[in-house]
Ligand binder design. Structure first.
Ligand SMILES: C[S@@+](CC[C@H](N)C(=O)[O-])C[C@H]1O[C@@H](n2cnc3c(N)ncnc32)[C@H](O)[C@@H]1O
Length: 388
């Protein structure tokens, strides 16, 4: 019988998955020692992608520091990298969460980047058919959100809970749409009117039309974007998010929003935090069920960024249709993806250390709308503010 993974095992695996290439390089080295050139070649053969020399150096240094690999001289006096016992144990755990055993098919193809599904295909609802260690038994916020936006990257459980919420709170669909439109207008404003060239988008969601980097790089191709999400499915779709314009960069970090230290450390691979950045937290703070903790996350991020940086937040509220919204909150808690709607006053308080720009904290549909008419409010409020 296979023993369950302990919390410590899982923590270690999450650390490995924080970095895009680490699990792939680790699996290759657990197979047999390899030279740098071989690693580059095998990554290319396995995923069709090129791992840049500098990136490979970073990965190898990190894995050596973590005690996962060591450098050896081979017979021909070439330097080879070899997995340690700790790495072999980690790879064995990776194999277990990949639903493979020692006799199963090779792990490497499963750990290469899965292609996003074709537009016309819906994700399989059968976990046995699934290629990744995704939990299809519990709803996930990113997948339910994707369902409300009309996407196809969701499982039966997400649609079931999505429908339950939709029945109790039909406004959720226009809220999802207006939130995405707000994202587009906010990025357009920051990149276009203000000249921001760096974005840290926390709680990215599954790629859809007009992702942050697409809007920003349409205005200025050299924009650099770091995406952060904790959902492994978003990681699996990161290829679409990493599809940067050649003049700019995008990166992806799998991390929990509460882990501000890791997020900032990971962001510095791509962003220069001594220059202004836009910190975007759209539809994510409601997932941090403790309001004080959510405020502390925002405060720590604001503190870390340089003057001239911007904070962009939107989140569900409970003022326009409170009864229905509260029912939606109850369902989210009961079904295991708690999302707590907050009052506009609580959302405004997230901005206490920064200067809100016009029109302040308002319903998403009313934040600098594209047309003159006053749109109908939706029960999600937002704001954009500048750090002095
Ligand atoms: C409602 S979706 C919003 C997606 C996107 N920002 C948008 O506005 O369309 C919330 C996202 O936050 C992510 N998320 C939820 N809780 C999180 C946490 N604790 N840490 C990191 N990401 C989280 C979910 O996986 C999901 O992708």
């Amino acid at each position: 019988m296979v023993s369950p993974l302990s919390l410590d095992d899982l923590r270690e695996l999450i650390d490995i998955f924080r970095h895009r290439w680490d699990p792939i390089i680790l699996v290759l080295l657990a197979d047999r020692p390899r030279r740098r050139k071989e690693l580059t070649q095998e990554v290319r053969d396995g995923s069709g992608e090129h791992i840049a020399d500098g990136v490979l150096s970073e990965v190898l240094t990190r894995l050596q520091t973590d005690g996962m690999i060591v450098k050896d001289k081979s017979g021909a006096n070439h330097v080879v990298y070899r997995a340690t016992q700790a790495a072999l144990t980690t790879v064995a755990r990776l194999r277990r969460i990949s639903d493979l055993d020692a006799n199963g098919p090779p792990l490497r193809p499963r750990l290469s980047w899965p292609e996003p599904p074709e537009e016309s295909t819906r994700m399989t609802d059968n976990p046995a058919d699934s290629d990744s260690p995704l939990n299809t038994e519990v709803p996930h916020s990113a997948r339910v959100w994707n369902y409300w936006l009309g996407g196809k990257d969701n499982f039966a459980i997400d649609r079931e809970v999505g429908d339950q919420v939709k029945e109790a709170f039909p406004d959720i669909v226009p809220i999802a749409r207006e939130s995405r439109r707000f994202l587009g207008r906010a990025v357009q404003f920051l990149a276009g009117d203000i000249g921001i060239r760096q974005f840290l988008d926390i709680g990215t969601g599954l790629p859809t039309a007009d992702n942050t980097h697409e809007v920003a790089q349409r205005i200025s191709p050299e924009c650099r974007i770091v995406y952060v999400d904790h959902d492994p499915l978003v990681l699996a779709h990161a290829r679409a998010l990493l599809n940067s314009h050649a003049a700019g960069t995008t990166d992806y970090l799998q991390a929990d929003v509460r882990d501000v230290t890791t997020i900032l450390a990971g962001a510095t691979r791509t962003l220069d935090l001594s220059q202004p950045i836009a910190v975007m937290m759209l539809g994510i703070l409601g997932n941090v069920t403790d309001y004080d903790e959510a405020r502390s996350v925002v405060d720590r991020l604001v503190e870390a960024v340089s003057p001239g940086s911007y904070l962009v937040i939107n989140d569900g509220t409970n003022v326009i249709n409170p009864e229905a919204r509260n029912e939606a909150t109850r369902i989210s808690i009961e079904t295991g993806f708690p999302y707590i709607a907050r009052s506009p006053k609580q959302i405004r308080a997230y901005f206490h250390a920064v200067d809100l720009i016009e029109p302040g904290v308002v319903s998403c549909s009313r934040w600098r709308p594209d047309h003159d008419a006053t749109p109908q409010e939706v029960d999600a409020f937002c704001g954009v503010a500048r750090k002095r």
